[in-house]
Design a protein around this ligand. Structure first.
Ligand code: AGP
Length: 608
């Protein structure tokens, strides 16, 4: 997904912009560009391909003088990747340059209108209309011009703007697309995420929908969509810039896999006070909790899979019916949701467009909403009634790892909290599970201490065309995430099936050499899984079991086995997830894939 960085201050802007763009590379892009104001003129340099190509074209930034500028990494939507279609886009008179994330849905009408007035467009993009409109409406007041332009735009946008009419000033405006303002010492920034500006400042302001930022090196002023000045209080982001660096690992994904003990501890430990679970400011009193008749968990991709793990845990211990919904489906459904429904929206980035739209719909239906989010002050975090941050630290790799496992553990905490209040769990079971959740980070560390056996299996199976994942109960939920991880980074076709479903169709695909990863951590379902494994083997399939210590004897019945550390059956998905993440990582590494930036994928999907 596209990335934005903007700078105004006392240093040479181009170098800071190029550096910021490199921090945004992980979002996925096909071209990039920078624009800087030099002597009241806007200079633009753009390039298709990697940022290194842009660095070459700008001689590491040296070719662009000036202290105010904007930069962009583009992920093509309207118009093929090319130098011309890359951002920043200039107005025809050269006085306005813009970078834009999002989609302008009515760009064709606006373009036709402006073309009829004699304005010539250079690119095929929707974004260029913003620069051209600015030229058309500007009448000496930039804030007024931005208000005028945004009132005409339909769609989602985060926009950074510079203009030769105000050469010291950087402007920004956003709607339904993330943009933060970094407040530094004698310098200010705009960025589509914290990582791009984090090495310069830890103080940020979140720009609200429709709000306009006007930034110079010494001032940061904000206006509502009506043009009224508005005060904004910066908040601090404690993420360390080293967390956004590879730190000696070959890939961010591997680094983030290894950060899971720390991330899980950060999600859980501060919320456990003695035997109590205190979920920040969420008001789980008896009255509120007993009113909950159903729970809807909403997310996309891995966040949705975390929801499915949460569903079995919450239903088992809270005795409340839970449905899991894909955000992209939920928003076009007619949901059965009201003020007795608790809606939990899960999103690592907090900016996923479908999940944000689903949250808004649930609120509109009268539901109380809780967001499980990693990125502070992101749109979903701000708009939900309550938020539970996972505190996993920045996640850079497109394939989520610590984002997912921390979401699962946050759901465990919510489930236990509700169960305790509703008296649907015994004290003894509550205490056992709480201590199991607290010790999960140590057990993850145990897995990470020696990944050799996982790597050996991964390398053995790396040439396969298709891999199946099967499991029952919560193992099935974990299989879904295992299959997604493998397919997104290794490009091997992978399918997760509820093991009992195989015989209803999918087993026809099993043939000599087909690899099936069978999750067998649920003791109560062990014999049933055994039957499923035998059925796969008798058709020539190879079975690698991912087992709990209690079910270790599965090794005699399977073609290979990886074991998770000893733990309660109800929390095994966090541990199996780690094994499956490493498996997928090692398969992808063996196949030489671009692990952190898999083809066609973006970290944060801010368009529908
Ligand atoms: C997972 O590895 C994916 N990259 C993807 O499925 C992701 O979980 C999904 O896009 C949701 O993202 P979010 O958590 O930021 O909302």
């Amino acid at each position: 997904m596209c990335g934005i960085i903007g700078y105004t201050g006392g240093k040479q802007a181009a170098k800071i912009l190029l550096n910021g763009l490199k921090r945004l590379e992980y979002r996925g892009y096909d071209s990039s560009g920078v624009a800087v104001i030099d002597n009241n003129r806007i200079d633009v340099i753009k390039s298709i391909g990697k940022i290194s190509a842009l660095e070459d074209k700008t001689d590491g930034g040296k070719k662009l003088n000036g202290f105010v500028g904007i930069g962009h990494t583009r992920w093509a939507t309207h118009g093929a990747p090319s130098d011309i279609n890359s951002h920043p886009h200039l107005s025809t008179d050269g006085n306005f340059a813009v970078v834009h994330n999002g989609i302008i849905e009515n760009f064709a009408e606006l373009k036709a209108e402006l073309t009829a007035k004699g304005i010539r467009f250079a690119s095929e993009t929707d974004s260029e209309v913003i620069a051209q409109l600015l030229q058309y409406v500007y009448d000496g007041d930039m804030v007024e011009a931005l208000r005028n332009v945004t009132s005409r735009l339909v769609g989602s946008y985060a926009v950074g703007i510079i203009t030769s009419h105000c050469p010291d000033t950087l402007y920004a405006v956003r709607k339904d697309n993330p943009l933060v303002v970094g407040i530094g010492a004698n310098e200010n920034f705009i960025a589509s995420d914290f990582a791009a500006a984090l090495e310069h400042t830890h103080n940020f302001v979140q720009l609200g929908d429709g709000e306009i930022a006007k930034l110079t090196s010494h001032s940061a002023t904000f206006f509502t969509a009506d043009g009224e000045p508005v005060e904004k209080t910066p908040f601090r982001v404690d993420w360390d810039i080293s967390q956004a660096e590879k730190d000696g690992y070959d890939h961010f994904m591997l680094k983030e896999i290894n950060e899971q003990p720390k991330a899980l501890t950060a999600t859980v430990r501060p919320r456990v006070k003695g035997k109590d679970i205190v979920l920040d400011r969420i008001n789980f009193d008896a009255k509120n909790t007993n009113r909950i008749e159903r729970i809807t968990i909403i997310g996309c991709g891995s966040a949705y899979h975390a929801g499915i793990v949460g569903k079995s845990f919450i239903e088992k211990y809270c005795r409340i019916s839970v449905t899991c919904e894909l955000a992209s489906e939920y928003i076009y459904s007619d949901p059965i949701t009201d003020n007795r429904t608790l809606t939990i929206v899960i999103s690592q980035s907090g900016e996923t467009a479908d999940s944000l739209a689903a949250l808004r719909l649930a609120k509109k239906c009268g539901s109380h909403t809780i967001a499980i989010v990693n990125v502070m002050q992101s749109a979903i975090a701000r708009e939900a009634h309550d938020v539970l941050y996972t505190h996993a630290g920045p996640e850079i790799a497109v394939a989520t790892t610590k984002g997912y496992t921390t979401q699962v553990s946050a759901l465990y905490l919510i489930g236990l909290k509700i169960a305790k209040i509703k008296h649907t769990i015994s004290d003894a079971r509550y205490e056992t599970l709480l201590s199991e959740i607290i010790t999960l980070p140590d057990k993850v560390s145990e897995i990470l201490a020696d990944i050799t056996p996982i790597r050996e299996y991964a390398e053995r199976f790396a040439d396969r065309k298709c891999v199946f994942f099967i499991g029952r109960g919560t193992d099935y939920a974990a299989s879904l995430e295992g299959a997604l991880k493998l397919k997104e980074i290794s490009y091997i076709h992978a399918e997760a099936y509820a093991a009992g479903e195989l015989k209803h169709g999918t087993i026809s695909l099993i043939e000599q050499g087909t690899v099936t990863l069978a999750l067998t951590t649920q003791s109560a379902l062990y014999n049933k899984m055994l039957n499923n494994i035998k059925a796969v083997q008798s058709r020539g399939g190879t079975v690698l079991a991912i087992s709990s210590q209690a079910n270790k004897q599965i090794s005699e019945q399977s073609d290979g086995m990886l074991c998770i550390p000893d733990c309660d059956d109800d929390v095994t998905p966090v541990l199996t997830a780690v094994i499956l993440q490493i498996f997928a990582y090692c398969v992808a590494a063996k196949r030489g894939c671009d692990i952190d930036k898999p083809r066609n994928l973006a970290k944060s999907v801010t368009v529908e």
